[in-house]
Design a protein around this ligand. Sequence first.
Ligand code: MSS
Length: 366
Amino acid sequence: GAGAKPLPTAVQWKDASSLIVHSSTTVELKRGSFGSSGITPTDRLYLRNNLPTPDASIMAEPEAWEVSVEGVRKPRTLDVRTLRTLGVETVAMVMQCSGNGRAFFPSKPSGTPWQVGAAGCVLWSGVPVRAVVEALGGLADGVIFMTGTGGEKLPEGLDPKSIVVERSVPIAAMGDALLAWELNGSPIPLAHGGPLRLIVPGYTGVNSIKYIRRLAFSTRESDAHIMSHGYRISPPGAKGDPTQPSVQEMSVKSWITSPGADAGQVRSGRTQIQGVAFGGLHAVSKVEVSTDGGENWQVARLVGPDLGKYAWRQFALSANLPTGTHTLVCRATDQAGNVQPRERMENAGGYNNNSWADHGLKVVIA
Ligand code: MSS
């Protein structure tokens, strides 16, 4: 629409009409543009880069891209060509920015004011990290973290630790992690981390490191600023520090995608209320929908193929909406029994918002 920012250079190929451009490194999907196919097309997947996108020249020879693997018995640098010989796996997973839903915090935390669209459900293919570790003789003794380092060229004159994108996750996350070269059936585009990306299913986006150049198994968490002070669940008003919980596993969450925010077109009468629901580390077991802001709930139908516990499920509820104002909300439950809460967990960074009340949608039918 008028005044909309143009797509950033690295994602000129995306579908502008379904996206909201926040900045040259942050683009989200509109609520009404998720579609009904379960998988998010790559040209609609949100973009979030903490640093400027690297030069396209790193994509010139994707097979020659190298990652150094440390904290194994036989540490080595491996190129993509070699990684391909070690194994292959595909995972359908929700990629969601830690700050998705930040716009709904009344405290207006600094950071991108994402609504619902800093998330997508996509297919990643690559070699299982555990196959790489096995090929390199197994883990070194005492390892408790897996640390990925991004391959951005860092500006000179600054302490690299203050800007490098480097994140540690508990070693348990290695179980389903991939070093991926393919996204939705095509080589991973530069903007999404090509030639090679660490994929950590069930964890928020920041933990899946793009253009990975180092994968280290370690006894200590990274001391990079983005790990030690960034992405922490800090009390409102406080700064991040290493004693606070890090933003890692995603929690149970859902939102309505249709009718979208442009709900003006909804006519009175029968409609299909649709949305997406996921559980982070656990599959979704149930989604309930309310058309009166959470007074009365009805169980929705899960729609389409089940692509595994890291993917989202679509849901639909056939409803009769008379003329008037309706507040549509949805609430997911996962197979571990976790129920999406009414309230967000307040925190200074505006992370992990899974409040069903915050994600509600007001529909006016004339
Ligand atoms: N990686 C690297 N290397 N760099 C950067 O910047 N970012 C993060 C991840 N990774 C980065 C990386 C984030 S933060 C996110 S979300 C993600 O990524 C996104 O993705 P895409 O593909 O969607 O764009 Mo928040 O939590």
